[in-house]
Design a protein around this ligand. Sequence first.
Ligand code: BES
Ligand code: MN
Length: 457
Amino acid sequence: MSILLKSPIDALRQYVEFPSVSADSKFANGVKGAREFACARLEELGFEVNLVPTPINPIILGTRGDPSWPRLVIYGHYDVQPPDPLDLWSSDPFTAVERDGRLYGRGAADNKGPQIVHMAALARVLRDIPDYPVHITYLIEGEEEIGSPSFRGFLEEHKNKLQGDLLLVSDTGSPSPDQLVVTTGLRGLCAMEVKVFGPKQDLHSGVHGGALLNPLQALMHACSSLHDADGRVTVPGFYDAVRPPEKWERKELAKLPTTEDEYARFLGVSNFFPPPGYSSLEAIRFCPTLEFNGVGGGYQGEGSKTVIPAEAFAKITCRLVPDQKSDDIAEKVKKAIIQACPTAVRVEVEIKGGGDPYVVIPPGKPGSTGEETDLMKKAFRIAEDCIERGFGSSPIFLREGGSIPIIQDLKEVAGLDSLMIGLFTNEDNLHAPDESFHLGIMDRAIHSFESFFKELV
Ligand code: BES
Ligand code: MN
């Protein structure tokens, strides 16, 4: 019997123990192992599985059923974030350990657990209804955690294989094991790296200090000009395309069980700093940001060192909301940095990839077109019922702050809209030490998805 039927938790354990870190080529074997594990599960389920090569990690493409049936596409990613810092883990990141109703390990929640949920539910459906009349295309990529650099090219070349009526994704979050969210939007992203060059080498700050502009000082000057004192981004045109949230979105947000105080305690901060006019819980969903993810230059060791560094750098990303465009915002920020940087140093801004934001209006909500596919209309309705039965409360329909850039690409190129059901929570420590997946959610979600798939036909 398939491990998906026998013990989904064991399946997750095995999947987690392949260290499939895409950011670091040292883990190539783990990446391959996770990929083969996922392929084997799909084959067990009766899928015809193909690997589409990319310059980095091949994309898994599985299909089953008759193309004349309603067509569902299911997305996931088999790669994970690096486990560092290792010394902050309570157990080895690539040994799956069960503790207090959770399974610990890198990738347990993001995104291996949710993938096992879908597969285990499908295993039950296909056991009971071998001719289950839904055409399913499985799409599992291995470069999501490094920004899906190969995906756009793959999509242009293989879009005919990704035709469908709806995309199902579980790679987003929910507030608690008793309150799931249907994610109706994701923020986009644009990334850039700023380098500021001064003298040809590090200098003695006594011998030369005062004669020239310190590159770190120039960088800090340019960077600090990008926000005003209230935290609004000052880059000209940055907010031009921002679409304000719909009325129903604010109403849905009001249903969130989390209070601002609880959220502050969870983060360990005493004050929030959202842009004027927004609460902190609104800001992460409805507002764009410009964040400094890393700055460097000069002496970083113990004690002091009297040095003028030859160069300084900053890594910046912006989170974007509809209808901002990643390329457009990157250009605007680049221009603002170059303009704000004193001319006594040389500045370079390199734009690194990104992705556009995504939003879906659930069928029937104000602003929806009524032109959604039948499968999409049915899926949103059934998902609501199945979640209510499985988890004891109806889901909240909410946008999320995180990004999965390929979701908007799939909308643009293949016309696919997404039903995103959040299965991880803040306590799962995504991208952080002690990542885990809540086994109660896993169990309930498998039941809910089993009913969901069965009621879809
Ligand atoms: N699963 C997350 C995205 C996510 C997290 C969506 C929480 C909604 C709520 C995904 O794996 C991820 O981490 N994405 C990156 C994208 C980046 C690497 C291009 C992100 O959001 O930083
Ligand atoms: Mn993920």
